[in-house]
Write a protein that binds this ligand. Structure first.
Ligand SMILES: *[C@@H]1O[C@H](CO)[C@@H](O)[C@H](O)[C@H]1NC(C)=O
Length: 475
């Protein structure tokens, strides 16, 4: 009895609160959307977004609020940080449709190959600004080409009627800021990144500081150097001399007869807010955030190179957090294990380090350590990543794989990605096995890049062991 009256009272209180105050103020950097905005502003956006589904009365939501606010500021111009108040009557059906069962629920939404049909996954990481920012940045697709000296001319010859830009950097990884810039200018300016160590390119363009951005208008041999700040805001303005960036999402439809006035208002408000932030025009929040986002990059970039060779930067980007004393990979010592885990007609992507007899060789040890640290980083960020294994030379299949796939010498370590179900493999062709180089390759595979070769049927077992095989959405 008591219980039900309390419930009734609570329900009444909630009903009164139907349009409960939002957790986020009007000035918040968090984009406040309704179910009606979602499709256009988030699902059809070229940007990666994180969306919080919350109720204003929920304690964990209140705890998250300052962290989420902070994340929104540092992701301004890079990704959308949005929130939906599920306590608002107008949003309830939408929150239900999105499968929200508790508050807060955080979902990362990013464009897939099918326009308008984004990939949506739950964010399960820590509810701290840094973890949120790192995870979201990690999800932003990369269309920036990484170019080395021998490939430069070829790239310059491609798509000659499109302008090109090159960021010279002393880092190998493409920053989230540059990835977003490339998405903003997709089809308008093709963007590449070249490392400081590519001496011929650096000399060709007279680059003396890193990072440096140059723009090569279509049909021109004379590059324009960007003299301003290397912030998102400044770079957007610099590239806009070719043409303004792509809209990040479709324009709101002019007056739908169905939509209530209120919604329309909210809709245009939230969209104009992000357009500002994304284009980073005159938005104080966006520019300071973009600057601060770039600061990390710049700080790292301007660190004096104490290490003797530029190949080993003082800070390995992926080892930023803790370095495990001795990172290890799970080893697949038996043929049957290897076939059950990665080489059968149902298995999806796996990365294998095929080891030589001498597992202590520097390359083999580096390859294993790099893969282990990359996986550890993803585990910490709770991002989904296919499994990595090592295959010792004692596994009879190791030698078979090396010879069947003509990988080269059995005295060397080989990294391959295999996909049993689709019968392809991709080979790591780099010479160095440092974490940065290996991670670029892993990232490329995550993006579906890299040359696929046919995996011979003879290597595939039947897949007796039952595997969980997602029907779609597999990387
Ligand atoms: C998204 O990017 C494409 C180019 O990849 C561009 O044509 C389009 O205008 C952008 N914006 C939207 C809303 O699709």
């Amino acid at each position: 009895m008591v219980r039900s009256t309390t419930l009734v009272a609570a329900a009444a209180a909630l009903a009164l609160n139907a349009h409960a105050e939002s957790l986020y103020s009007k000035k918040s950097a968090v984009l406040q959307i309704t179910g009606a905005d979602y499709d256009r502003v988030i699902a059809k956006s070229n940007y990666t977004s994180i969306v919080e589904f919350y109720a204003p009365w929920c304690g964990h939501c209140k705890n998250l609020q300052p962290q989420y606010e902070k994340a929104a500021k540092s992701l301004a111009g890079i990704a959308k940080v949005a929130a939906v108040n599920c306590d608002d009557e107008i949003n309830k059906p939408f929150c239900g449709k999105m499968g929200v069962q508790g508050f807060p629920t955080l979902k990362i939404v990013r464009p897939s190959k099918k326009p308008g049909k984004p990939t949506v996954e739950d964010y399960q990481g820590q509810r701290q600004a840094k973890a949120i920012v790192d995870t979201v940045k990690d999800k932003i697709p990369n269309i920036v080409k990484r170019i080395t000296d021998p490939k430069l001319d070829e790239w310059l010859e491609e798509n000659k009627d499109t302008a090109k830009a090159i960021l010279f950097s002393d880092k190998g990884l493409v920053s989230a800021t540059l990835r977003t810039l490339a998405i903003d200018f997709a089809g308008i300016v093709n963007i590449a990144q070249i490392r400081k160590s590519e001496a011929a390119a650096v000399e060709k363009y007279g680059i003396t500081k890193f990072p440096s951005l140059i723009l090569i208008p279509a049909g021109s041999a004379d590059p324009i150097k960007h003299e301003g700040e290397v912030s998102k805001d400044a770079m957007v303005q610099f590239l806009s001399q070719i043409a303004p960036p792509n809209p990040d999402c479709p324009e709101p439809k002019a007056k739908k007869p169905k939509a209530k006035k209120d919604d329309a208002k909210k809709e245009s408000k939230s969209s104009s807010k992000f357009s500002k932030a994304s284009a980073a025009h005159k938005s104080a929040d966006a520019s300071s955030a973009a600057t601060s986002a770039m600061h990390e990059t710049l700080e790292e970039a301007s660190k004096p190179t104490e290490s003797p060779t530029p190949e080993t930067p003082a800070v390995e980007p992926i080892l930023e957090d803790e370095v495990p004393a001795k990172p290890t990979l799970r080893s697949l010592a038996e043929s049957a294990d290897l076939q059950a885990s990665c080489l059968n007609k149902k298995s999806t992507t796996c990365i294998l380090a095929i080891l030589p007899k001498d597992e202590t060789s520097e390359a083999a040890a580096n390859a294993v350590a790099s893969l282990a640290s990359i996986h550890k980083k993803h585990d910490a960020l709770k991002t989904k990543l296919f499994p990595f294994f090592s295959v010792p030379a004692s596994n009879p299949l190791a030698a078979t794989i090396v010879s069947e796939l003509s990988l080269g010498s059995a005295e060397q370590v080989h990294l391959i990605a295999v996909h049993g179900k689709r019968a392809w493999y991709k080979k790591y062709s780099g010479e160095a096995f440092d974490a940065t180089s290996v991670e670029q390759w892993v990232d490329a595979i995550r993006m579906g890049e890299g040359e696929k070769k046919k995996l011979p049927e003879s290597l595939l077992g039947g897949g007796e062991k039952k595997q969980e095989t997602p029907e779609h959405g597999e990387l």
